[in-house]
Every structure is written in structure tokens, then in C-alpha cells.
Design a binder for this molecule. Structure first.
Ligand code: NAP
Length: 306
């Protein structure tokens, strides 16, 4: 066992997956939970928490590890609420998809003697809520930590061993670099998927049900991404604004170049471009981050996920 008592604040996809994984591997003693709604707390108590509380402050009392697993926009208020109740020597981490905004909101609230180590698991599904978690979500997925130069080495090593115990590959990264990398690999692609589904939705009104009826794998993939939690993604774009706008600007430039190639009938340009992008996909498969299966490696979710 790595932490005798873990407090999970927010009991959705990520927190419930952590709880299942910690249980499966015997990494935590007691798992205490808090989420905004009584309904979520009741489900969590039935499925993966030993105890739930009526406030975040109550949940963190005596905890060795506190995990902030709420939308990024909610982290600051939670940090302010729990700060006076954190045990001396406790570690506080978070799982937010953006790091600079979380560091700015949480770090100033942390009392002396408490170790705040921001983190982000690069693992997820389009499902959310306390029923959506499963123990293998983090298996062979990256978990990025953004410690500061002053972070306590023992606290960092202990957190790292928990994450490795849940199956993750852990790497440290600078906060601003994290936000730029994630804007490229996750945030902007999500925005593009939301846009494409929005376009198709608009078209559906003028071309009956054809978009749904004939949706081929490319569009189906977009709809899967665009089904992700609206609150989480609203907060991602509001808090990683600069990096996303930077990447979106580059994206728009590339799109115009491709648009021009199509208009001018420049097949050589299109072929060369698609050959380069195909090589990137191959690199992702070779790095073990996806499979070469025809469905992009995304088999149907297990039956127990709502
Ligand atoms: P989720 O399934 O939607 O769950 C969010 C949880 O936070 C719910 O239990 C919700 O409680 C609770 N919550 C929201 N506002 C709260 C507040 N003010 N006080 C207390 N609890 C509050 O979300 P998730 O997917 O687990 O995401 C959690 C965090 O992980 C986010 O910061 C997200 O950026 C990050 N993340 C997500 C993914 C992903 O793919 N989903 C991947 C990596 C990281 P109620 O149920 O009562 O509303």
C-alpha cells in the first residue's frame, strides 16, 4: 500500500478509474470521496468509495493524498476550501487537462508543509460520471507531472509509484510546455471535431437523415470525440486559450493551403501532404499509443459503462 488514506474530490471518469485501479492493485487503504451532487456521492459509495462526505473540507481531513478531479474551472475554489483542513505532509495532486491555470489557481492556496504536485493522465473516454470508470483506463498511458524545482523528492517519488502502480507511464514536463503540447495533440483536435459535427448537424436540416444514416468512420470518429463532457471542454478552452489560439491559427493556414490545392487541382501537393501525415500515424502505432486495427483500435466500451 502506498497511501493509507486517499481523498478524491470529484467522482467522475478519472477519479472512479483511479479508485478502481488503486483497489485492484492494493495501492490505497481507505478511499474517501466528495462530489458536488448527493446522487454522485451515493453512486460512488456503492461502487468504489469506502466513505463519502458532505464537503470537500471534510473529505481531505487526515488524507495522505488528495486528488482534485473536478473540471479545471472548479479547482481554485476547492483548493481554497480544503486548504485549512489538509494534513501536514500530505500530497495534493490534480488531474486537470490544463496545467498553468490549475497551478495559478491552486498553488497560492497550499499551506506550507503540503506538497502540491500537478498532474495530467493522458487517458480518457467520451463517457463521464461515477459509473464510467474502469481499472485499466491508465494502463500503458502517459501520466504527465509538472513538479516545480522546489518539489519534495520523496513526495514526488511516492506519487510516481502510485501512478506506475495503476499502469501509467510517468514523465515530468514544464507547465507551459505541457499546455502547448496538449493544445496540439488533444485540445485543438477536439475543437475541430466539435466544429465538423456542428457542420454536419447543420447540413442534416437540409439533406434529411443522410448524415446520420451514411456516417462513415471518419465522421463517426468525430462524433465520438464531440460527445465528450461539455463542462470539462468548456473549461479546457477557457483556460488554455493562448496555446489553442496559436495552434488554431497554424491549422487555419494549413487548411487554406489544402483548400487552394484542391481548387487548383494540385494532386501532387495533396499526395505529398497525405503521405507525410500517414507516416505520423505509423509512428503513433509504433510507439504503442494506438493499434493498427481498422476501427482505430477503439472497440466498443465494456457493457458496464454508462
Ligand atoms: P466527470 O466524469 O465529468 O466528473 C467530474 C466530477 O467533478 C463529478 O463527480 C462532479 O460532481 C465533480 N464536480 C464538478 N464540479 C464540482 C465542484 N465545484 N465541487 C465538487 N465536485 C465537482 O469528469 P472527468 O472526466 O473525471 O474529469 C475530471 C478532470 O480530469 C477534469 O479536470 C478534466 O480536465 C480531467 N481529465 C479528463 C479526461 C477525460 O478524458 N475525461 C482525461 C484527462 C484529464 P457531480 O457528478 O456531482 O456533478
Amino acid at each position: 500500500m502506498i497511501y493509507p488514506r486517499v481523498a478524491l474530490i470529484g467522482l467522475g471518469l478519472i477519479a472512479s478509474s483511479m479508485a478502481h485501479a488503486m483497489r485492484a492493485q492494493g495501492l490505497a487503504g481507505e478511499i474517501v470521496g466528495y462530489a458536488k451532487s448527493p446522487e454522485t456521492r451515493a453512486v460512488a459509495l456503492g461502487l468504489f468509495c469506502d466513505r463519502v462526505t458532505d464537503s470537500a473540507a471534510e473529505a481531505v481531513k487526515g488524507a495522505d493524498l488528495v486528488v482534485l478531479a473536478v473540471p479545471v474551472g472548479a479547482m481554485g475554489a476547492i483548493a481554497a476550501e480544503i486548504a485549512p483542513h489538509l494534513a501536514a505532509g500530505a500530497t495534493v495532486t490534480d488531474v486537470g487537462s490544463v496545467k498553468q491555470a490549475v497551478v495559478d489557481a491552486v498553488a497560492p492556496n497550499m499551506p506550507k508543509g503540503v506538497h502540491f504536485i500537478p498532474g495530467h493522465p493522458l487517458a480518457g473516454t467520451e463517457y463521464s460520471g461515477p459509473r464510467s470508470g474502469f481499472a485499466t483506463l491508465f494502463q500503458n498511458r502517459w501520466w504527465l507531472l509538472t513538479p516545480s524545482p522546489g518539489t519534495d523528492g520523496d513526495a514526488l517519488a511516492r506519487l510516481r509509484s502510485l501512478l506506475v502502480g495503476m499502469g501509467a507511464n510517468v514523465e515530468d514536463m514544464a507547465v507551459d510546455h505541457h499546455d502547448l503540447v496538449l493544445a496540439v495533440v488533444s485540445h485543438t483536435p477536439h475543437l475541430i471535431a466539435y466544429t465538423m459535427v456542428g457542420v454536419a448537424d447543420h447540413m442534416r436540416r437540409v439533406s434529411s437523415q443522410e448524415v446520420i444514416k451514411y456516417s462513415a468512420s471518419g465522421f463517426r470518429d468525430f462524433t465520438r470525440i464531440a460527445a465528450s463532457d461539455p463542462t470539462m471542454w468548456r473549461d479546457v478552452f477557457l483556460t488554455n486559450k493562448d496555446a489553442v489560439l496559436d495552434i488554431l491559427g497554424r491549422f487555419t493556414e494549413e487548411l487554406f493551403v489544402l483548400q487552394r490545392a484542391i481548387r487548383m487541382g494540385d494532386g501532387d501537393h495533396l499526395h505529398a501532404y497525405f503521405t507525410r501525415t500517414r507516416a505520423i500515424r505509423q509512428g503513433i502505432i509504433e510507439a504503442g499509443q494506438d493499434t493498427a486495427a481498422p476501427d482505430f483500435g477503439r472497440s466498443a466500451p465494456p457493457a458496464d459503462k454508462a
